[in-house]
Design a protein around this ligand. Structure first.
Ligand SMILES: C[S@@+](CC[C@H](N)C(=O)[O-])C[C@H]1O[C@@H](n2cnc3c(N)ncnc32)[C@H](O)[C@@H]1O
Length: 272
């Protein structure tokens, strides 16, 4: 019997341990806020009031609550029980009357999801998909969940992050500077080691075809650096503002959109 794919146990343990601190460390950080606002500008256009969407690897629910505030109904999943528990707690206190349902479900088992009505789109933010070994299988599963014409919007860590390379070279840590470049790295998340995959844009397009065709791609965090630079950037908030402005200008340029911290890709489900 072929064993059923599931999330990496060490990733679940790592994110379980991180759940209660995640919003302080990332969601409410200056860098996290700047990068997420860039994602929100895209998803606010793609998903409309009345839509029913599926969110993968939702973490503490920041994006689900944002979309719900715009009248979108969201089923949001994550492999980490602690992330889901915390997201549910946030929902009860921050947006109790909105239409959001949180469920513990790994991306690898997303085909098992049960929903009352068909989804109008799928969304995944900030690198949950970088923890998945077989994205072709994910694409196949997602194709069964949304109809032709529906958007699939995914945000992944890039393979070549120019600000990361510069940052670690300046700090004399060449191994970390180029850690993403082979396409696979064992990343330390808290006390756990997680396998992280860094597909190129071309590889992603291939993995998601033929059921999904790329419609656009924008860079997220091109000059705005990765979140571990937060303690340094806090000393220079004006510089972050300048970086954010530069990112807005460069985000759709083909040369730049794949060398930031993340890339945000909009696919469309097509008839095959
Ligand atoms: C960097 S966090 C991003 C969370 C959230 N999307 C955000 O924007 O803040 C990555 C999330 O992916 C989840 N994750 C990792 N591997 C997963 C998998 N195989 N299936 C579902 N979720 C997974 C983690 O539990 C974590 O919540």
């Amino acid at each position: 019997m072929i064993p059923m794919a599931t999330a990496q146990p060490q990733a679940i343990l790592a994110f379980d341990q991180l759940a209660r601190r995640y919003d302080d460390l990332f969601t409410r950080s200056l860098i996290g806020r700047a990068q997420r606002n860039a994602v929100w500008r895209v998803i606010a256009q793609a998903f409309r009031s009345g839509d029913h969407i599926l969110e993968l690897n939702c973490g503490t629910g920041e994006d689900a609550l944002f979309l719900a505030g715009k009248g979108v109904s969201v089923v949001a999943c994550d492999a980490s029980e602690q992330m889901i528990e915390y997201a549910q707690q946030r929902l009860r206190t921050e947006a109790p009357t909105t239409s959001v349902k949180f469920a513990q479900l790994p991306i690898e088992q997303i085909a098992e999801i049960r929903t009352e009505s068909a989804f109008d789109g799928v969304f995944s933010n900030f690198s949950g998909l970088n923890c998945v070994a077989d994205l072709s299988q994910t694409a196949e599963n997602l194709a069964t969940l949304i109809p032709p014409g529906a958007p699939l919007i995914i945000c992944l860590s890039t393979r070549f992050c120019i600000s990361e390379i510069i940052w670690f070279l300046i700090h004399g840590r060449p191994h970390e500077a180029f850690r993403r470049c082979s396409g696979h790295a064992a990343a330390k998340v808290g006390e756990f080691v997680v396998d992280v995959y860094y597909p190129t844009l071309r590889q992603l397009q291939k993995s998601f075809s033929p059921a999904f065709v790329m419609r656009s791609c924008v860079g997220i965090g091109i000059t705005v650096p990765p979140s571990y630079v937060e303690p340094w950037i806090r000393k220079f908030p004006n510089l972050l503002h300048v970086m954010d402005t530069i990112d807005k200008a460069l985000s759709a340029c083909p040369g730049f959109r794949v060398i930031g911290d993340h890339m945000l890709i909009s696919f469309e489900r097509v008839q095959v």
